[in-house]
Write a protein that binds this ligand. Structure first.
Ligand SMILES: [Zn+2]
Length: 249
């Protein structure tokens, strides 16, 4: 079925982060685990506001007052493919977009909504005047992944697909979930058009446009180490592209 391809929204104005917590293999998220993740997401939200402010952009970013929670199902078998992520080529899990959207659709059904498209529309209707960014927190270890609006296969459905702990490949959670505010910020920024910048030397980018501290490189996962550098800022609609800056110099 054809769908309308749309660009990612710019990160400005009122932005609300809505979380959907999905359990796995018979175990749901505990209230305490959810509280810790929401606190971490709140830190990421404040950090995004501050970074926008450095570029003179007004953005009010906050976590929604409500979140959604479902038990989830069994973990399916997952195929592997050779693929590119940032500047790295390696073995990755196949069809992450389909998996993320399938989890979102199943969660919608569990919550009594027809499908993910309706779910997203219903929540957006309750938050007029805001841009809604969705995060799906899966209670498994794995690689985080974003499905931005310009790459989704479901009309209007974009989400940051976050795992409870970092691992290169999906695996059961043996130790407790660990929220990582830097990774949450990185994935949310993808939803607003930011591109990965890890895996390349800094010389790959226009001069002074990306440093080791850029959040889209994730050389560190601590928010205090991270910032939005000019190239990422231009992708977010916060600044002209660094190439143009150079010409104006
Ligand atoms: Zn990324």
């Amino acid at each position: 079925m054809p769908w309308r391809k749309v660009a990612c929204p710019p990160l400005r104005g009122r932005v609300v982060l809505v979380s959907l917590f999905v359990g796995a293999d018979g175990r749901g998220w505990s209230d305490e685990e959810i509280a810790r993740h929401l606190a971490s997401l709140g830190r990421a939200a404040r950090w995004m506001e501050q970074e926008a402010g450095r570029y003179g952009v007004e953005a009010s970013v906050g976590t929604a007052d409500v979140y959604f929670q479902v038990d989830g199902g069994e973990t399916p078998d997952i195929d592997m493919v050779v693929a590119q992520s940032g500047g790295e080529v390696g073995l990755f899990e196949a069809e992450m977009t389909v998996r993320a959207l399938t989890l979102m659709s199943r969660a919608a059904a569990e919550l009594g909504v027809r499908d993910a498209v309706d779910f997203v529309q219903e929540v957006a209707a309750r938050l007029p005047g805001t841009t809604v960014a969705w995060l799906l927190h899966l209670r498994l270890a794995g690689r985080s992944y974003a499905v931005p609006l310009d790459r989704t296969e479901l009309d209007g459905v974009s989400l940051a697909f976050c795992h409870a702990r970092q691992a290169n490949f999906t695996e059961p959670l043996i130790r407790p979930p660990v929220p990582r505010a830097g990774v949450l910020a990185h994935e949310v920024l993808h939803l607003f058009g930011a591109e990965d910048k890890y895996g390349w030397p800094l010389s790959h980018f226009p001069p002074r446009s990306v440093s080791r501290r850029d959040v889209m490189r994730l050389d560190s996962e601590r928010l205090t180490d991270l910032r939005v550098d000019p190239l990422t800022a231009s992708e977010l609609g916060w600044a002209p592209s660094p190439g143009r800056w150079d010409r104006e110099d």
